[in-house]
Write a protein that binds this ligand. Structure first.
Ligand SMILES: [Mg+2]
Length: 266
């Protein structure tokens, strides 16, 4: 193998998903204020508190119940405002420099899951498109091809013109990000920032585990450029590299390249 392309996930890889969530809550709170006279400040704080308390998927239901507004406002209206808002998000610290640097040596791709319109809105808000030679929103391929389907990874490799075996996928969520990528022959790196929504998630099986794990953006450059790039030919030589975890091995023991020294942000 030799590394020729780096493919990135979007949420909690290129930017902090939490930032998007809060941006969405702000838009929802503003809408509630305008449409229903619910003061935006407290509404935003309450939604944020639910999120910080770990509520997922039922946040709006719980908030409406708690406010006694279930009869007046429909959850789907809030979801619509949330999904259609123009997100106020920015690339995670160090990402722009990393993409610039990697762009000199590799082709760069993106594979992102979720509703295509929502994901496109996020990607546009980040202003990073100029760095990528191939961008795949799995939703465009069909709902059946959301991760963990291997299909979006096959498509991105095809569009990059690089064999999947010479690509690496950088992402954050072990429940769905790595198993499909690995099945196409890509190597995988988990970016496990302490403030990530999935920072505490563990791979459900060995097949879901990444080959490498880093805890900060700054560790990605050295890993991709030095550790993974050299490579040489595939086969026995690669197997002896102690830093590379091979598909089929048991026991999830990713090699942590760097420790985070950043404080948690909540
Ligand atoms: Mg993600």
């Amino acid at each position: 193998m030799s590394l020729e392309a780096v493919v990135f996930d979007l949420d909690d890889t290129l930017f902090a998903e939490r930032q998007y969530v809060l941006s969405g809550f702000r838009a929802v709170a503003k809408w509630l204020d305008e449409e229903h006279g619910v003061p935006a400040g407290p509404a935003f704080s309450e939604l944020r508190d639910l999120f910080e308390a770990g509520v997922r998927l039922t946040t709006f239901d719980e908030w409406l119940d708690g406010r006694g507004l279930s009869h007046a406002v429909e959850t789907r209206e809030l979801v619509e405002v949330y999904r259609n808002h123009v997100p106020a998000i920015a690339p995670a610290s160090g990402i722009e420099g990393l993409l610039e640097r990697l762009g000199h040596r590799f082709r760069l791709g993106l594979v992102s899951d979720g509703y295509a319109q929502v994901q496109r809105g996020k990607f546009a808000a980040l202003h990073l498109a100029q760095h990528f030679q191939a961008v795949v929103f799995s939703d465009d391929l069909g709902r059946a091809y959301w991760k963990p389907s291997p299909r979006p990874f096959e498509v991105v490799a095809e569009r990059l013109g690089i064999a999947a075996a010479n690509c690496v996928y950088v992402a954050d969520n072990p429940t769905k990000d790595f198993i499909g990528a690995r099945s196409t022959g890509m190597r995988t790196v988990r970016l496990r920032r302490p403030d990530g929504v999935y920072a505490l998630a563990e791979p459900p099986t060995d097949a879901h585990a990444p080959d490498f794990e880093v805890t900060e953006t700054a560790a990605l450059g050295p890993l991709l450029e030095d550790k993974l790039r050299g490579g040489g030919s595939a086969g026995p030589q690669e197997r002896t590299d102690p830093g590379l975890r091979q598909v089929g091995e048991t026991n999830y023991t990713p090699r942590t390249i760097a420790s985070a020294e950043r404080p948690t942000n909540v």
